[in-house]
Each structure stands twice: as C-alpha cells, then as structure tokens.
Design a protein around this ligand. Structure first.
Ligand SMILES: [Zn+2]
Length: 443
C-alpha cells in the first residue's frame, strides 16, 4: 500500500490557517509524527491564472549542473540537486529560508557539489538520495555533513509518494544497484499538481529511461527536465512519445561534451511547444495550475503559456503543418512530409562562426524525395536553393549551414559571409521547386 509510504511535508513557515491533527506515519521502520498539510484551497473552475493556486518549478542557472527549486502552492519547498558550487545566493534571491525536501539525484559533483553549503546554511527537514556512495571527496564531505545534521531525516529513494502541500512527488523505482552506473540510477520523480505533471530524473540515460518505461511509470507530462543536460543519450523516441512534454527545460552550461546535443534538441523541438536552455535563458520557471495550464518565465518575465494537451490526439511528435491558404479547402489537413528546425545561436560571435548556425531538414515520409530546386528562406528572404539532384532519403536528415563549405549531399552550405538566422526569433520557410511554401518553422 502506498499509504504507508506516504509522507506529508508541511512547511514550518507555511501560513496555513488551520492544522489537522497529526497522524502516525511508518517510515524506514521508525515512527514519525508529522502534521498533515492543510488541504488545498477550494478550486474554482473560474479561477484566472492570476489568482488560481499554482505550483512552481525553477531551473536555476547553475552552469553545467542541476539545481531545481520546487515550490508548492502552500509554500513548501523542495530542492532537487544543488549545483556544482554554493547556490546560497540564488536560494536567498528566491527567498528560500527552509527546505522541506532536499534530493540528491546521484552523487556526481555537478549535482551535489553545493549541497554541503545548503545543509549548513538552511534548515532542511528531509534528505533523499539513492543510497549509492561515491569515492570522491565531494561525496565524503556531504556524507560527514549529513552525519552532523541529526535533525535532518534521511529518506531512501524507493517507490513512495510524498505530499508537498497539495502537490505530490512520486518517487520512481530505481534500476538494480549493480547493473548500472551513477547516471542511470538518478532518482526519478514525477511531480503532480492536478493535471500539471513534471518529470525530473537527473542524468538518466537510455538505460534508466527504458527501465522507467518498462516499469510503466512514465506518464504524459506537461514539463520534462531534459535528462543529462541535453545529452544525446538522455532521450529515446519511445520515452518522448510516452512522456509527450509540452515544455522541456535543459539545465546546461559551458561544457566540453557538446551538451545540448543537436540530436536531443531536434527531438525535444519536435515533441514540445517550447524548449528552454538555462545557458541561453538563465533561470527558467514553470508555473503549473491544477487544470493543466502552465506559464513559462525567464527571470521575472512571462514568455509563454499553454495547456497540457489531451491524451487522445496522439500527435505529439508531428509539427504543425502550414495553415491552409485562404480560399483553399481546409480539410483534410496535410501531414507534413518533412520537419524543419533552425539553430540560430552559434557559439561565440555568430558572424565570425557562420557554420555554428544551421537549419536541419528531416524527412518524415517513407519516400525518397528529390528536393532539387527547393529553397529555404529566412523572414527577409535570405534564401538557399538546394542543388539539382539533392535527395532527402527516407527518414534522413540534411543540415544547411550558413557559412562556407562544399555540399556533399548531407551537409549543405549557404556560403554566406554573415549570420542569417536571427537569434531573437525568425521564420524559416521551405518552398518546393515551384515556389509553393511547404513547411515553416517559427521561433
Ligand atoms: Zn550532471
């Protein structure tokens, strides 16, 4: 029974008007008495985003690392990983004066490096990890800090449900300890607040994501934390088709691994409404409402909003086809034969690194189609014309780089001496050889 594993976290600083009587909760064979949380305020279907209670997840910009601050509608907080170095200034800026649940997804330094500073400076009620030790000095320092803080209650990351105010954190079953490496035993969490659902799993790679799928614990989510900083081993098509996130956030900084990998970016862009990178955007916050609506903030600024898509439509992996031209029959809407993405932000100065920006065209048909004479243009009609005989094979990809190079059938070059794709937003349109627009990518 999941009941016996339920843990109710109520923040001592919560301004809850009423408290229900405490009840006994069995935990790790010990008995803890914890107050039940105050029930969530009655939900009104007419609530507007401005006054409806919301659940908030902030991906702190901590470079090539993870630190994710969760806030329940009633004020309880959880911190999932603590960055590579001391995150106290950021937590202070976020007015965090208590952490109800601190989670170390796995004992790598980019996830636990800042945890000792957190434990020594901020009252922490519960600490959770996967129970797997590491040999590093960083881990040993964290372990001895935890041993000194006898007021912090240890939780093993085993299947259980934790109530954080009126939100729920479901701890997912881990793969067997001997079978996999540290990344693939990252603590997996599904966070639920009404119809808003988030999936967080540290540096999971294919092995652990496949394990979660086999266990049947991957729901259709609203928000996905890109596993493993946008690595090409941090997703699988099956995982994305099952999780169907509306929003993907990649916690990433300057690194030598090539994170986020273009393959991961393509995959996330194909499935989600919005993909946000902390290295480009800084702190990214998602607010989730009980009815499945969400809002995305970059710093203090609201940049997007939307709603959890209904389960039924099953179209999560297809980009929208072009809207029908006025005056032409609207139905049936064509299924696009290609997908198009633009990666406009080259490392360094875009004008000096013109091959650092590029567009990717991927075939989604089972036919091999000749694109000779097709053109790809930005919003102000800087265009690239595919040479005669350019063929996009079944399921294949071609990349159109902005700068100089020799076309080889897979890589094409606009041979432009300056950047073409606007970093702040642009429109890429693909025209067939007759000049008819067939696909558009707007960012
Ligand atoms: Zn990591």
């Amino acid at each position: 029974m999941v009941e016996t594993n339920d843990i109710m976290l109520e923040s001592m600083t919560s301004s809850s008007p009423t408290l229900l009587p405490p009840r006994a909760v069995t935990l790790l064979a010990a008995l803890f008495l914890l107050a039940l949380p105050t029930p969530a305020p009655a939900q009104n279907a007419q609530d507007t985003p401005q006054d409806a209670p919301y659940f908030q997840i902030t991906f702190l910009d901590v470079g090539q690392a993870d630190a994710i601050l969760i806030r329940a509608p009633e004020g309880q907080t959880a911190l999932i990983d603590a960055g590579r170095s001391n995150p106290l200034q950021l937590l202070n800026d976020m007015d965090v004066d208590q952490i109800d649940l601190l989670v170390a997804t796995h004992p790598h330094a980019d996830h636990i490096g800042g945890m000792t500073d957190v434990l020594n400076a901020i009252p922490v009620r519960f600490y959770m990890d996967n129970g797997q030790p590491h040999t590093t000095a960083t881990y040993q320092r964290l372990l001895s800090t935890l041993q000194q803080h006898t007021d912090v209650t240890y939780l093993a990351a085993e299947p259980r449900t934790i109530s954080l105010g009126s939100a729920e954190l479901e701890v997912l079953p881990l793969p067997p300890i001997d079978a996999v490496d540290h990344n693939n035993r990252s603590v997996g969490l599904v966070v639920r607040f009404g119809s808003f659902t988030a999936f967080l799993s540290g540096d999971s790679e294919v092995q652990e994501l496949s394990h979660f799928l086999r266990e049947g614990v991957v729901p259709d989510v609203t928000l996905l934390k890109a596993p493993h900083h946008g690595s090409d081993n941090g997703f699988t098509p099956d995982f994305l088709q099952t999780s169907r996130p509306e929003v993907v956030v990649i916690s990433v900084g300057s690194n030598s691994y090539g994170h986020p990998r273009p393959e991961a970016l393509y995959a996330y862009e194909a499935v989600a409404e919005g993909v946000y990178r902390t290295d480009i955007r800084g702190h990214v916050t998602i607010r989730g409402y009980e009815d499945g609506r969400y809002e995305v903030f970059v710093g203090q600024e609201a940049v997007a909003s939307g709603r959890e898509r209904a389960d039924a439509d099953g179209s999560g992996l297809r980009p929208e086809p072009l809207p029908p031209t006025p005056g032409t029959p609207a139905d049936p809407r064509p299924i696009p034969s290609d997908a198009l993405w633009v990666f406009p932000d080259a490392p360094g100065n875009d004008h000096q690194n013109t091959n650092g920006e590029y567009a990717v065209l991927e075939s989604w048909t089972s036919q091999t189609i000749d694109r000779g004479g097709w053109t790809l243009c930005d919003a102000v009609r800087h265009c690239f014309r595919f040479p005669t005989g350019a063929v996009l094979p079944d399921g294949g990809q071609v990349v159109v780089y902005t700068g100089y190079g020799t076309n080889d059938g897979v890589s094409f070059y606009m041979n432009s001496g300056q950047a073409v794709w606007n970093n702040d937003g642009d429109t890429a349109t693909l025209y067939d050889a007759g000049g008819t627009p067939v696909l558009r990518y707007v960012y």
